[in-house]
Write a protein that binds this ligand. Structure first.
Ligand code: HEC
Length: 440
């Protein structure tokens, strides 16, 4: 009841889903998973690059490391964009009204994503291709990637705020743009959890990147061995995973109660455990002996991947629970609207003419004139067309010509627009004409 009173309930778009709902939901979760991996790599990769390049001002080997990671950002970015189409379309289709309402409420920030993304992408290319050119101007070069990082940090916040806002229809009435949507519960814990994930996934990626047999570590680096690089990757992963778990717990405890159920808590708990296992193995690899460095790698990847499936599933479940009631209200509202509109179409209401009895026998003509002509013609002054008094003078005693004009008006006055013709029943035009000529 309360939900109903304070919540805007829009009408749904009465179109069937193009695919069964379960298939769209699966598509959403799976495609989002692949999309977010590359988003993680893009954001995490640029953060790590920035960090390593700053460190590289003093220690050259970190600059080389930053260069190697920087080369991967643009590739991961392209994959992230391409893989973003499917989840975006799925969420649009499944939650059209919710998604668009949230987009509209944060309109400016939402549309800013396009220029921001464009600028950030160009900056990453610029950064990558000026590595040699700006060799003697390291600070300028670093500020390019720093700017890209800053933008990369803003964009996910906008996305996250939006998909969060769409789950709170009861708040739509009070939201005034992006800044106020930011204040909704859960935005920041989820954001920091996401940043943790970016760092974690990038750490694992760095291990894999430097693990590849045909990757010539010895030719690229002076000062870093393959083992050093893998350890570096694992330490980044450990940091990221720890942050992710920490903020994941905050997310769980600050989750607004309306979508929470044992199903959501259960799935999130499993997800958390999987991540903890990944963290444990990463830590073991980091502190273990050199010969064991690759031992747990596949397990870590598998645990993170399964974590993502569970985590994505729990988010979808939470979204479903949060919106379930509202969706039912909206379905009822839509049905009621369709019933009323069908009824209205089956029983069209005739336009009632208001007769002015004081006009006597010209009352009908007067009413028809008001309905059809008064928007352009006033009694005694020019409106869009000439005043009625002028017509009456021109057509005095000449009903047939006046009727002819009304049906097919000519073009007479150079400083007036063209009058539209009227396809009214002859009796109506006769009445109107009599009325006009009755005016003195
Ligand atoms: C969309 C505006 C518009 C509407 C509606 C409109 N008129 Fe006109 N009417 C004009 C304009 C403009 C002129 C002047 C046209 C010209 O002189 O070329 C005009 C001119 C006339 C004239 C003068 C003709 C002449 O020979 O000088 C008459 C009579 C007239 N309208 C009657 C009517 C009647 C009756 C209706 C309603 C059935 C009507 N108009 C509805 C715009 C309108």
């Amino acid at each position: 009841m309360l939900l109903q009173i304070s919540t805007p309930i829009p009408k749904d778009i009465p179109l069937p889903l193009p695919l069964p709902e379960w298939l769209l939901v699966t598509l959403l979760i799976v495609s989002f998973l692949f999309h977010i991996i590359f988003i993680n790599l893009m954001v995490g990769g640029s953060i790590v690059t920035l960090w390593a390049q700053i460190k590289g001002l003093k220690e050259k080997k970190y600059d080389d490391f930053a260069h190697e990671i920087a080369k991967t950002i643009t590739v991961n970015k392209s994959l992230a964009v391409v893989l973003g189409v499917a989840p975006l379309l799925s969420i649009n289709t499944l939650y059209t009204v919710y998604f668009y309402s949230a987009n509209a409420l944060t309109g400016f920030a939402w549309i800013m994503i396009i220029p921001l993304v464009t600028i950030a992408f160009l900056l990453t290319y610029l950064h990558k291709y000026t590595w040699k050119t700006l060799e003697n101007n390291r600070h300028l070069h670093i500020s390019i990637i720093a700017l890209a990082v800053a933008i990369f940090l803003i964009i996910p916040l906008i996305f996250l705020t939006n998909v969060n806002l769409m789950m709170f229809p009861e708040k739509w009435g009070t939201i005034k743009g992006f800044m106020s949507a930011l204040t909704l519960p859960n935005v920041f814990p989820r954001y920091f959890e996401f940043l943790g994930a970016c760092i974690a996934v990038t750490g694992i990626f760095i291990v894999w990147y430097n693990k590849r047999k045909n990757y010539p570590v010895e030719e690229i680096y002076i000062g870093f061995t393959r083992l050093d690089l893998k350890r570096l990757g694992f330490s980044i992963a450990v940091l990221g995973l720890a942050l992710q778990i920490l903020f994941g717990i905050v997310v769980l405890f600050t989750l607004p109660s309306k979508g929470i159920g044992f199903d959501v808590i259960g799935m999130m708990a499993i997800a958390g455990l999987l991540l903890a296992v990944a963290l444990w193995y990463s830590y073991q690899s980091l502190v273990g002996t050199a010969d064991k460095i690759d031992l747990h790698f596949n397990k870590i990847v598998a645990f993170i991947f399964i974590f993502m499936v569970f985590y994505g599933g729990s988010r979808q479940l939470y979204r479903h629970n949060s919106l379930d009631k509202h969706q039912q209200l909206m379905a009822a509202h839509t049905e009621e609207f369709q019933r009323l509109s069908l009824e209205a179409r089956l029983n069209p209401v005739e336009d009632e003419l208001e007769l002015d009895e004081s006009l006597g026998e010209f009352a009908m003509g007067g009413a028809l004139f008001t309905q059809n002509c008064a928007s352009c013609h006033k009694l005694d002054e020019k409106l869009v067309g000439p005043p009625v008094l002028e017509m009456a003078k021109i057509y005095k005693g000449n009903i047939p010509d006046l009727k002819k004009w009304i049906k097919t008006p000519g073009k007479k006055r150079p400083d007036y627009p063209q009058m539209p013709g009227f396809d009214l029943p002859d009796e109506d035009i006769e009445e109107i004409s009599k009325y006009i000529l009755s005016i003195k």
